[in-house]
Design a protein around this ligand. Sequence first.
Ligand code: CAA
Length: 283
Amino acid sequence: MDIKTVMVVGAGQMGSGIAQVCAAAGYKVYLNDLADELVEKGFKIIEQNLNRQVTKGRMTEIEKENVMENLYSSTDVIDANNVDIIIEAATENMGIKKEIFSKLDEIAPQHAILASNTSSLPITEIAAATNRPERVIGMHFMNPVPVMRLVEIIRGLATDDEVYEVVEAMAKALGKVPVEVNDFPGFVSNRVLMPMINEAIFTLYEGVATKEAIDEVMKLGMNHPMGPLTLADVIGLDTCLYIMETLHDGFGDDKYRPCPLLRKYVKAGRLGKKTGRGIYEYG
Ligand code: CAA
């Protein structure tokens, strides 16, 4: 199966990043969201990223235009009726995802692959909302998508080997490194990352050290590019809490209990960089 046309559902930070790398690799990409303003916002993020490449001399203005020309704005999922793969990057909520997948299943051509960029929700359960569970798969990109090399590819219970192989080849064509993972809560990435972030928030909550000190320990001591508290603000504290809850529900083990301070910040609307305030404050 040859992938030529892609739809990305959700034009936020992740969806726009995925659309950008797909368009840069030469695929025709529909960037879809519920309203024009949301899609426009996604296009702006992409244009800013590409402008930075042009300024740095890594891309010419013509190359940038070529990437932009591969991108099509979509506010109607009916556009999925002639694509080869749909990558869903909408809100992390099982109800919403099931609704999207069931609708896409009705519209998309029979051969089309339905992929989800979910960071922790079970692919098998999302697949069960469709009549083609064998063509449903997880394609988990990392933030920021244009920079991070990993794509975690998650096999649902029914995922076809052929579908896995097509998605693996596509990830490589995007310049990414695919890693195969089975469907368990949090997969590998967030099962390992989130408890570390949660524990960093516990050390802050218990007064073990200041936020700056905790981040400094992990940056200088473990060579992490950013400290876990800074990273939590980048990912979004609401997303971190949601993933911890998914792990806690999925495994039922106390070691995944979200830190009360994380809950408190989310309840206060301190969601991280995107709201100007999370664990840190942003100018
Ligand atoms: N979008 C596009 N490009 C970006 C970017 C963004 N949001 N942020 C930074 N960049 C680019 C910069 O333009 C720069 O590009 P060049 O090298 O081409 O000049 C490059 O990234 C490095 O940026 P900086 O020099 O400004 O800063 P840095 O050295 O601190 O690197 C970083 C930034 C790559 C984000 C680095 O800090 C990092 O790797 N942080 C950790 C990121 C991480 O862990 N991501 C995974 C999060 S978990 C996840 O995504 C899964 C989930 O489900 C929650």
